[in-house]
Design a protein around this ligand. Structure first.
Ligand code: ADP
Ligand code: ADP
Length: 228
């Protein structure tokens, strides 16, 4: 469903962040992008959501080469891929319900649709009881779960997470993982960049390891340090 074909990314300052990346992520997969800081994980994610453009190569999503998309078609791509970042990026002045509802409001969804979708999303991440709270009343783990609820509210088939447990302790990180597992079980493809060794080892999912901008290993099922 998602394929990188001979992808290269050179930033304008001359840094070659990715070289000859070839990966394939089937529909419904749960895949970890692992590797040291600076390896190129965030760059892969930025290419996938067209926050950055490839220098060379193709990125196919459901057969469409997204590197060829025009600017006006990027919002359509973003409806297929939603993103969760390490920092939660919630709107302080809005309630949890309003934070999750925001994207749907912009798309012009009806009040009834919004209520249904937001409540479903909050339910999946276990935060139905916090709908009327404000972001500053939540713990880090709860805040991250809100940002996940916000990401899944429009039912995009792909969820991309960049270090979603990066700032959280182990127990809290597993609350996040349990939400992601649930979302994946409903059919969403989950792509998660991380260097949380314990989590990757425990999950035994598809693991793609990047080192110095190249694919070091790619195992269908394994832990952090698995070899091909
Ligand atoms: P990771 O997410 O694995 O930590 P990144 O994709 O952020 O790695 O970075 C890969 C390499 O690209 C690093 O050498 C980093 O310094 C460089 N890099 C990342 N973003 C930029 C940018 N906007 N401009 C220049 N170099 C960048
Ligand atoms: P991460 O751990 O997610 O890779 P970083 O702390 O490496 O994040 O980078 C934070 C931000 O700075 C990212 O958006 C990345 O693109 C940008 N960045 C990273 N390295 C460079 C660089 N060498 N030059 C310019 N921007 C960079």
């Amino acid at each position: 469903m998602i394929e990188f074909e001979n992808v290269y990314k050179e930033y304008s300052n001359g840094v070659m962040a990715l070289s000859n990346i070839n990966i394939s992520v089937p529909r419904g997969d749960f895949v970890f992008l692992v590797g040291n800081s600076g390896a190129g994980k965030s760059t892969m994610i930025k290419l996938l959501i067209r926050e950055e453009k490839v220098t060379r190569g193709k990125i196919l999503i459901g057969g469409t080469d997204i590197t060829k998309l025009r600017k006006k078609d990027i919002p359509k791509l973003r409806r297929n891929i939603s993103v969760v970042f390490q920092d939660f990026r919630l709107l302080d002045k809005k309630t949890i319900f309003e934070n999750v509802a925001y994207a749907l409001e912009i798309q012009g969804a009806s009040k009834k649709e919004i209520k249904k979708s937001v409540n479903e999303s909050l339910e999946i991440v276990g935060l139905s009881n916090r709908a009327l709270s404000y972001p500053d009343e939540l713990s880090g783990g709860e805040s991250q779960r809100v940002s996940i609820a916000r990401a899944i509210v429009n039912n995009a088939p792909i969820l991309v997470c960049d270090e979603p447990t990066g700032n959280l302790d182990t127990d809290t990180a597993w609350e996040i993982m349990n939400a992601l597992i649930k979302i994946n079980e409903r059919g969403t493809t989950v792509i998660m960049a991380t260097h949380a060794v314990g989590i990757v080892d425990k999950m035994q999912k598809h693991v793609i390891k990047i080192a110095n901008g190249c694919i070091a290993t790619d195992v269908e099922k394994g832990g952090y340090y698995e070899n091909n």
